[in-house]
Every structure is written in structure tokens, then in C-alpha cells.
Design a protein around this ligand. Structure first.
Ligand SMILES: [Zn+2]
Ligand SMILES: [Zn+2]
Ligand SMILES: [Zn+2]
Length: 216
């Protein structure tokens, strides 16, 4: 007998930027992940494309809590994708990384009560625990050798940012303007795969954040 499945349909709409921070447990598309479990994050190796071995980029995340399980009071599924369209093949999900992160209601990062919907000065995010790559939002242990002000997960993401932005900013950093703030817009970065997206059919590969196995 076929299992009965409920499918919840939704759509993407713009919202206030601060509502996309981790403490609001958002579902979001593009930009960088709003990590659920803030520490430790997946390693750069875990976020590598299994076809070309290059780093993937964040595509989207969906908040999907399971209140019947105390350990999954908060639950988010994160999807990363390789930008190289040659890695996208029929019936193969090796160009996608899907991670599931879960937290109990009482956890090390967030209050048990729903957060007030107001911006706060010291937003709690994964950057409290590790340097983050400004391109993909994953761990970024490598820093720009010239200015030392920005972090990356890999040479590849450093090259992407250098070309798109940091080349101009780096000299600004060197003169001591550390207040310069930049919000990296990945919309253009993703533009190559919004059209023709056969990858939508290839989501059979799932990996736990903390535990590798099949989805419960
Ligand atoms: Zn690839
Ligand atoms: Zn990166
Ligand atoms: Zn620099």
C-alpha cells in the first residue's frame, strides 16, 4: 500500500533581512545559510561536490521541525549545489549536498521562547564560533593574505569573491577602513541554474549533520 504523504506547498517572498537570521529559524533561498546548530559546522570537505571536487554553494534551506521528537524540536534541511553545470547529470545527485540539522527546544544556541521580531545589535550566528566563508557561509579557515580581513573556505571561493568584489575592497581594508560592511548578493552567482533545473528531481541524497544514515 502506498504511504500517504502530505505535501506542503509554499512560495518565496521578500522579507526583512534581520528575520533571516538563525534565531528566527527561517526557510530561505540564496545568500548564505542561517545555520541551525551553530557549532560545529560541516567541514569544507563535507560541502564539496562529489563530481568535480570543487566547493558547492548554498542554494536554500527549509525549516521542518518535528515536534513529536524532542531532539528535532528544531529541524532544518540545507541544500548546497555545485555551480558547475557539467556536474548536473540525469538521475544523479552527486552535485548536491543535503544536510539535516536538528536541535532540542533547550539547546546551547537559542532561547526556548520565540524571539521578539525586532532587530538586535549582537545577532547570534555561527560567526561567534568560527570564521565563515563570505561566499558560501560555511567554515572559512583561510583568510585573504593581503588584508587578512575576509575569510574563505577554499581558493575557489576566494577567487570568486576577488573577481566580484574583494579586489576593490582589499585596498580599502589595507588603509584601515575596517568599518566597511558588505552584503554579498548571490543572486547573480546563482543565475546560471535558475533556468533549466533538472537538479530539482535529484534530491534523493540526504545526509545528517551529525549522523550519517537514512532520514527518519
Ligand atoms: Zn561539481
Ligand atoms: Zn566558501
Ligand atoms: Zn583582502
Amino acid at each position: 500500500m502506498a504511504a500517504e504523504r502530505n505535501v506542503e506547498l509554499g512560495y518565496v517572498e521578500e522579507t526583512e533581512k534581520f528575520l533571516l537570521k538563525s534565531r528566527f529559524f527561517p526557510s530561505k533561498v540564496g545568500g548564505v545559510p542561517a545555520w541551525l546548530s551553530l557549532n560545529p559546522l560541516p567541514s569544507a570537505e563535507e560541502l564539496t561536490c562529489r563530481v568535480c571536487s570543487k566547493p558547492t554553494v548554498f542554494l536554500l534551506q527549509v525549516y521542518a521541525p518535528d515536534s513529536s521528537k524532542t531532539f528535532a524540536f528544531h529541524r532544518t534541511v540545507f541544500i548546497f549545489i555545485c555551480r558547475n553545470d557539467n556536474c548536473c547529470k540525469a538521475n544523479c545527485a552527486d552535485n548536491l549536498i543535503v544536510l539535516r540539522s536538528q536541535l532540542p527546544k533547550v539547546n546551547d544556541f537559542f532561547r526556548s521562547q520565540p524571539p521578539a521580531e525586532v532587530p538586535i545589535e549582537n545577532e547570534i550566528d555561527a560567526s561567534k564560533y568560527a570564521k565563515l566563508c563570505r561566499v558560501c557561509g560555511g567554515v572559512g579557515p583561510k583568510t585573504c593574505g593581503k588584508c587578512g580581513c575576509v575569510s574563505y573556505c577554499s581558493k575557489e571561493h576566494q577567487a570568486v569573491d576577488w573577481k566580484a568584489y574583494h579586489k576593490r575592497e582589499c585596498s580599502t581594508n589595507k588603509t584601515g577602513n575596517y568599518f566597511f560592511q558588505y552584503i554579498y548578493n548571490l543572486a547573480g552567482f546563482f543565475s546560471t541554474f535558475w533556468e533549466d533545473s533538472p537538479w530539482l528531481w535529484n534530491w534523493e541524497f540526504y545526509r545528517h549533520f551529525h549522523e550519517i544514515g537514512k532520514i527518519n
